[in-house]
Design a protein around this ligand. Structure first.
Ligand SMILES: *Cc1c(COP(=O)(O)O)cnc(C)c1O
Length: 343
């Protein structure tokens, strides 16, 4: 049976170009800075993302945690959007490992207003922990891959600099945002001191993320990466895939994923009882509200699965579909047709 996998963009497999490059890679011990491909990847990533230096880490979760540890001290508080991945979906690592408190501010644009952040910053008072970090998320996962307004992101950065508080961006899908806005990614990374970027999602690398920042930050981050077990020795095969992932033509493929998300949304929106907020369809996610249909979310998932279509539930009657390079236009048509028959 044909499988159309719309669950996640982490299921992408390395391209032939990645595999070819990987198997030709010369290997070395990356803990000693001797793996040539990791050295090259870290240099390339820093250049593209517009910061002084970068480190290759096994996962986005580790990249974010290393960033939190490098920016803060135990007992500090950080401010992020209420539904940020870093707060909800990273096993509480910042609290467990970093001794951090998370102050969440809900804002459906994906990022809080400066005024809300300002009032959440702790006064210098014996009762309060110091606020030592602000985190943003581009694109915002829980709100369906939306791009928070850049004016707000810029305003937060200006404000944070005035307050002397660093900004970390969870940019797992920041390349999706750059491609969707038709901007250089460095225009988006400009508004934070550090950024984590996933290579293993829409960009197709098998493993790994990048953490970028200025030299002194990255020197600190290297120690925390080692402490958390991210010193990976002969990383050349993975790093070589990462280098291919960061090539312009590979990044540009995300545009197709976004087009497919729009096609999918347009096809499904015409069907009876379903609702799609097109303001949310900005990158490679769509959220389909089936509350007004007679089908439960669970049954919807099961019925689609019988036809080889895999999706996830964001809420009991809200379906999340994620496009990536494993699905093409025909798969989208098949999905729309199948849902049409189901409804
Ligand atoms: C996937 C993701 C992460 C974590 O990356 P992993 O490689 O899965 O650990 C962090 N933030 C966001 C927004 C993500 O979508």
């Amino acid at each position: 049976m044909k499988i159309v996998d719309l669950r996640r963009d982490t299921i992408t497999l390395p391209t032939t170009a990645m595999v070819d490059t990987a198997f030709k890679a010369t290997l070395g011990d990356s803990v000693y800075g001797e793996d040539p491909n990791q050295v090259q990847l870290e240099k390339l990533a820093a250049e593209i993302l517009g910061k002084e230096a970068s480190i290759f880490v096994p996962s986005g979760t580790m990249g974010n945690l290393v960033a939190l540890l490098s920016h803060t001290n135990r007992g500090d508080e950080l401010i992020c959007e209420e539904n940020a991945h870093i707060r909800l979906s990273e096993t509480g690592g910042g609290a467990m490992v970093g001794g951090l408190m998370f102050r969440g501010i809900e804002d459906h644009s994906g990022v809080p207003d400066v005024s809300a952040i300002e009032s959440a910053i702790r006064a210098d008072d014996i009762h309060y922990p110091p606020t030592s970090l602000i985190c943003t998320e581009i694109t915002h996962y829980r709100y369906g891959g939306i791009i928070p307004p850049l004016e707000k992101i810029a305003a937060i950065y200006t404000f944070a600099q005035k307050k002397g508080i660093p900004v970390h961006c969870d940019g797992a899908r920041i390349f999706n945002a750059a491609v969707a806005l038709n901007k250089e990614v460095s225009e988006l990374t400009y508004y934070s001191d550090s950024v984590m970027v996933s290579l293993s999602k829409g960009l197709g690398a098998p493993v790994g993320s990048i953490l970028v920042g200025q030299h002194d930050f990255i020197e600190k981050a290297k120690k925390y990466r080692k402490m958390l077990g991210g010193g990976m020795r002969q990383t050349g095969w993975l790093a070589a895939c990462g280098i291919v992932a960061l090539q312009k033509e590979n990044i540009q493929l995300l545009y197709e994923d976004h087009q497919n998300a729009i096609r999918l949304a347009q096809g499904i929106a015409r069907l009876p009882g379903v609702k799609i907020d097109f303001n949310q369809v900005q990158t490679n996610f769509i959220l389909v509200d089936i509350t007004q249909t007679s089908i439960s979310g669970k049954l919807f998932l099961e019925k689609l699965k019988e036809k080889g279509i895999l999706v996830t539930l964001a809420k009991p009657t809200l379906i999340r579909m994620v496009t990536s390079r494993v699905v093409n236009e025909q798969d989208i048509e098949y999905t729309v047709e199948t849902i049409s028959n189901l409804l």
